[in-house]
Ligand binder design. Structure first.
Ligand code: NOJ
Length: 555
């Protein structure tokens, strides 16, 4: 069918930008970011080229888990603005062609949510069954506890009503019971509400936890995900679920909806992300190449979501103990940089020692790997972290707009402190990088522009190529006789590798990032010279076909 590369499946080649309203831009001078401030920065985001904003939770909250503990799913945290401000923001985002998705955190509520307050009143409460209770919980497996610094169990005894309640995360986040059809209906109502206000979908928090450990057990837990997706599609075609499903590949494919693709539209590739970090630590592409070769192809109309960093710790839970220690040694050797024994509370540029060439290579890799790139606010300028902030908050610092910070204009202290030293606002900020053609911000703009011009990366069949050198990852993406070939040098010395490009004999390879062309020989081989941490995106075009005509065009 010709109408394949269309924006009906917009998420396939979207560029998703995750931000927290609280730390993005303060519009009223109280030190807390808000919708008003965010709305003023939409032109910046549109200019960057991102196509979809993912908003971290913006709902009323006691804020004991940075908003992932919600007390009302149908309104706005008053610190961030009003529902009116939200609608103005949505209107402006849509006007600039941006879609918006939001965090859907319905595995649990805050223990301050009126539902839980009611449920814990007694065993006979009409809302008792909205949560998961037990007289005799199963013994815990300590290795599975998500926040081992604060919790040692999934169960908390509720003195008042004399039973234990389940909490997959902190004890102040009781798990909702999706075994109860009323809860399932309520969740659909929440989706419907925000979709009515213009959202194009949701990033679903903690998906496996949501559907497991419910009471009674669901005969088919995945049916609930199917129902949700079907409900959304009925309401608004093209709306998506972007799932946080941190599982090995073999356990993950069911979340797309095996074969059918009727559940989670896009799953984050946690395994690929961790192998990418291992590869960077070793300056050896093989761990990542192996993951890409092993990774299952998502069902038609589904997609992997690619990321290098997010708002949480850089989790390394899918690596072996030895591998994890290697990444710790390379990118976060100090204890203060590590968290939960499994991750790093750092951002990418500090981990890569501020080496701009290497940082640029890492993001080129991100944008060219098969899947939809998801970036965390500030990555485009190389925002650092502040290890003085508590736990995971180290990476959730205010956006740095100008030399003096520019996050807030008021007297009030900002919600979190920016870093000092090499990553302080006077060294890392939007205003300066806009004027510097060599800046990371400009590099992001270029990568995003090229990525959007290469639908092959999003739709194509991707093949990892043999390069003869372990430091170089090369892959090709092919669709409808159009091909993009990509190569990344993970090490800090220049290399010249040879790849064999079957079917591209005598083609020209036009570099899409710098002014250069290479040739594919009669026997299909091509030499790819790469600088230290060099990267190349090459469009293949047969002789006589101008390179710009050799690409698939998205509609
Ligand atoms: C995953 C979120 O990414 C994390 O920030 C949060 O603490 C937990 N889920 C609990 O909602």
């Amino acid at each position: 069918m010709r109408l394949t590369y269309t924006s009906d499946v917009w998420y396939k080649n979207a560029v998703v930008y995750c931000l927290d309203v609280e730390t993005f831009k303060d519009g009223n001078g109280d030190g807390v970011g808000d919708f008003h401030g965010l709305t003023q920065q939409i032109d910046y985001l549109a200019g960057l080229g991102v196509t979809c904003l993912w908003l971290m939770p913006f709902f009323p909250t006691p804020n004991r888990d940075d908003g992932y503990d919600i007390t009302d799913f149908y309104s706005i945290d008053p610190r961030l603005g009003t529902l009116g401000d939200f609608v103005e923001f949505m209107r402006t985002a849509h006007d600039r062609g941006l879609r918006v998705i939001a965090d859907l955190v319905v595995n649990h509520t805050s223990d301050q949510h009126p539902w839980f307050k009611e449920a814990r009143k007694s065993k006979d409460s009409p809302m008792r069954d909205w949560y998961v209770w037990s007289d005799t919980p199963e013994p815990d497996d300590p290795s599975q506890v998500v926040f081992p610094d604060k919790e040692s169990s999934f169960w908390e005894y509720d003195e008042g009503s004399g039973q234990y309640y389940l909490h997959s995360f902190y004890r102040h986040q009781p798990d909702l019971n999706v075994g109860n059809p009323e809860v399932r209906d309520e969740i659909a109502r929440i989706l419907g509400f925000w979709m009515e206000l213009g959202l194009s979908g949701f990033r679903v928090d903690a998906v496996p936890f949501l559907i497991e450990n419910v009471n009674p057990k669901l005969a088919d837990p995945h049916e609930f995900l199917q129902d949700l997706r079907a409900f959304m599609t009925r309401r608004k075609g093209g709306s998506i679920l972007l799932g946080e499903v941190n599982l090995p590949y073999k356990d993950l494919t069911g979340y797309f909806g095996d074969g059918l693709g009727d559940q989670i539209t896009m799953c984050f590739d946690f395994v690929g992300m961790q192998k990418a970090w291992l590869a960077m630590a070793r300056q050896d592409a093989r761990p990542l190449a192996a993951a890409l070769r092993e990774r299952p192809k998502p069902p038609k109309d589904c997609q992997w979501a690619m990321f290098l960093r997010n708002h949480d710790e850089l989790t390394l839970d899918k690596l072996s103990e030895e591998e994890r220690q290697e990444v710790f040694q390379a990118f976060g050797p100090h204890e203060s940089m590590q968290i939960f024994g499994r991750g790093l509370r750092r951002r990418l540029p500090t981990m890569l020692g501020g080496d701009l060439r290497r940082i640029k290579m890492a993001y080129s890799l991100l944008f060219s790997l098969p899947g939809t790139p998801v970036i965390f606010y500030g990555e485009e300028i190389g925002l650092g972290e502040n290890l003085d902030e508590e736990g995971r908050m180290a990476v959730r610092i205010p956006m740095q707009w100008s030399g003096d910070g520019g996050f807030t204009q008021g007297e009030a202290a900002p919600v979190r402190e920016v870093p000092e030293g090499a990553f302080a606002p006077d060294r890392v900020n939007v205003a300066d990088q806009k004027r510097d053609t060599n800046s990371l911000l400009r590099w992001f703009q270029l990568l995003i522009e090229r990525y959007r011009e290469c639908p092959e990366l999003a739709w194509g069949d991707s093949t990892v190529l043999d390069t003869g050198h372990h430091a170089v990852l090369a892959h090709r993406c092919d669709v409808d006789r159009a091909t993009v070939v990509v190569a990344h040098n993970l090490c800090d010395t220049a290399l010249d590798v040879e790849v064999t490009l079957a079917g591209l004999e005598r083609c020209q390879l036009t570099d899409l990032l710098v002014d250069d062309t290479l040739e594919v020989a009669d026997d299909g081989t091509a030499r790819l010279p790469l600088g230290p941490h060099g990267c190349r995106w090459l469009r293949a075009s047969p002789p006589e076909v101008p390179p710009e005509d050799a690409s698939v065009k998205a509609q």
